[in-house]
Design a protein around this ligand. Structure first.
Ligand code: B12
Length: 536
């Protein structure tokens, strides 16, 4: 029984094209240059690329799509492909002749999240496309100028957050104003097909002719590029379908909807919680955190399944993957971190006098319980239990604030992102991906660690209360990060900052409000009934 992607022994007696195919499929880098040399004895460089290398990477993509390969192993195959192509290039007359198309790729302005973009770059550039990767936080003007300069076949835009995804429609509007016509592909964790269709229509009626397409992952991005650079009729059919879907959606959303505001408050509001003993109403910094105390706060399921790509690996195959690959690799990262590499965990957190006022939670001065120092206007569920985070905080009593909330901002520093960038540009795609996952787990683990620390200092049970991060369902307004940063003096204390999209820099950082109410639960303040994902 084989683990997804288990390496098969090379069959040296096989014909050279099969040996190269197997080397890419089974992620064997060693000797690939010699194999290329041997293949060039009977083929032109372009034939080696189009008849052996690209079909091999295509099969890797198909096996990934079929759930037979996990993403890190796909990236290891791409590393072999990159080595093979890099060697082949010296024999290719002019590189241009052999590209399937040119893509200008970038993470939008205000956004520092680039693992998604990097994966797209890896998959496209190792499937025959020329990628002009402009990096992260890229102003739209620079993206459009590059597209004009290189004569791009498409522009690819990536973003992590709703707030930063707002840059994407600017690409449509600016092209319209400037008379440009580059198809746009958008992707990212916080957007979806509905968003893409909406921004593909100008002035509520005109479809952006070159087309704007949503890609749920890098391989859908590849499919879209195959369509956009494929033969004319197929491309036109593809764009035509995008047009009709976008205009149909606009027509549907034009229909009046009866979303009503609500005066209702949830039943929780009438069940105020006992107020814990607060050590002091002040702000503190944690920057000498013992990493061994952090490891137990890791969510291994999310690391292995989400960040390291084994979401679809089942049963014994998963157990073997963890035993042979994941657990040893995690231990190696933890040992490096304990030696002072990779992570620099720091946190700023504090306790604030607080009172609910309608749907707002108001924070008061530590010395004067009537002096307001900050306010969070929280959303309220229009339906369902009509929950709002304000319901978990006591209202003013005798004019003063009697309740307490904690705020926290945590970061594992920028060293991880720097190492990931170095690995990515060196073509060590899978190492970059694995290290990104570890840094994500560390950031989430640190948020959990600080939350547990707050519960201990408040003397409440380990499971009491919840931690809510802005941008998630219960508190979607990321702009409130500014109030958190001001009240915690986060930039001074732990060296974090906010982008124009209210994203935190360094990337592996989170911000949250901690509520101690025993009935606190996760919910989505948007017009739905079901509960939303827990906070970071
Ligand atoms: C990992 C993660 C984190 C990590 C790391 C984030 C990072 N910058 O690397 C940590 C824990 C640090 C984090 C923090 C936060 N997060 Co977070 N996070 C996630 C999570 C779980 C996965 C994102 C990820 O890295 N996916 C893996 C990569 C490889 O996928 P990807 O980037 O989506 O890219 C793929 C596709 O989208 C596509 N794609 C992407 N771009 C492009 C471009 C093109 C051209 C193409 C073709 C394809 C394509 O292909 C890529 C490869 O397959 C998502 C939820 C989710 N399941 O997606 C929430 C999520 C993105 N986070 C969210 C939030 C709110 C936050 C915080 C703001 C919370 C807070 N207040 O602290 C912070 C902000 C961090 C900051 N620096 O500002 C929300 C965003 C919602 C919103 N309102 O915008 C999400 C959606 C969770 C949710 N359910 O609401 N987060």
């Amino acid at each position: 029984m084989r683990t997804p992607g288990e390496v098969e022994k090379p069959d040296e007696s096989a014909p050279i094209e099969l040996r190269i195919h197997q080397a890419i499929l089974h992620r064997r880098k060693d000797g690939i240059e010699n194999n290329i040399h041997e293949a060039l004895r009977s083929r032109t460089p372009v034939e080696v690329l189009n008849e052996i290398l690209l079909p091999a990477m295509k099969e890797v993509g198909d096996r990934f799509g079929a759930g037979e390969l996990i993403l890190p192993f796909v990236l290891q195959s791409a590393e072999v492909m990159k080595k093979a192509v890099a060697h082949l290039e010296q024999f290719l007359e002019k590189k241009d002749g052999v590209t399937k198309g040119k893509v200008v790729l970038a993470t939008v302005f205000g956004d520092v999240h680039d693992i998604g973009k990097n994966l797209v770059n890896t998959i496209l550039s190792n499937n025959g496309y020329t990628v002009f990767d402009l990096g992260k936080q890229v102003p739209m003007n620079a993206i459009l100028e590059k597209a004009v300069e290189v004569g791009a076949d498409a522009i690819g835009l990536s973003a992590l957050l709703v707030s930063t995804s707002k840059q994407m429609p600017i690409c449509v509007q600016e092209q319209d104003v400037r008379g440009l016509a580059f198809p746009i592909i958008v992707g990212g964790a916080a957007i979806n097909r509905e968003f893409a269709r909406r921004i593909a229509v100008l002035d509520g009626e005109r479809f952006f002719e070159p087309g704007l397409f949503y890609a749920k992952d890098a391989f859908e991005g590849l499919e879209i590029m195959e369509r956009l650079t494929g033969e004319r009729a197929r491309r036109e059919g593809f764009v035509e379908r995008a047009r009709s879907e976008a205009l149909a959606q606009i027509a549907r959303s034009a229909a009046p909807t009866n979303v009503v505001g609500t005066a209702a408050v949830s039943a929780v509001r009438a069940q105020p919680a006992p107020i814990p003993t607060v050590p002091a109403y002040d702000v503190r910094t944690l920057d000498a955190i013992d990493l061994r105390a952090l490891w137990p706060c890791f969510d291994l399921r999310s690391l292995y399944r989400l960040s390291w790509g084994a979401a679809n690996t089942k049963g014994a195959a998963f157990e073997r993957l963890v035993a042979e690959e994941f657990a040893p690799r995690l231990r190696r990262y933890q040992e490096r971190a304990e030696r002072g590499e990779i992570l620099a965990p720091r946190a700023a957190y504090g306790y604030f006098r607080a009172a609910a006022e309608g749907d707002d939670v108001v924070l008061f001065d530590s010395a004067d319980a009537s002096k307001e120092i900050g306010r969070f206007a929280f959303a309220r569920q229009p339906g369902g239990e009509h929950l709002s985070l304000a319901d978990y905080v006591r209202e003013r009593e005798n004019g003063g604030a009697v309740d307490v909330v904690a705020l926290q901002v945590v970061t594992v520093g920028e060293e991880a992102s720097r190492l990931i960038e170095t690995l990515q540009s060196a073509g060590d795609y899978s190492e970059a991906y694995f290290l990104h996952g570890f840094s994500v787990a560390s950031a989430e683990g640190l948020a959990e660690f600080v939350h547990r620390h707050v519960r201990t200092e408040l003397g409440i049970e380990p499971s009491r209360g919840k931690r809510y991060s802005w941008g998630y369902g219960a508190c979607p307004d990321l702009a409130q990060h500014e109030t958190v940063f001001r009240l915690l003096d986060a930039t001074q204390r732990i060296g974090v900052s906010l982008t124009s999209g209210f994203q935190i820099v360094p990337e592996q950082s989170t911000a949250a409000i901690v509520l101690h109410h025993p009935k606190a639960s996760y919910f989505n303040a948007a017009a739905t009934r079901e509960r939303s994902a827990p906070a970071t």
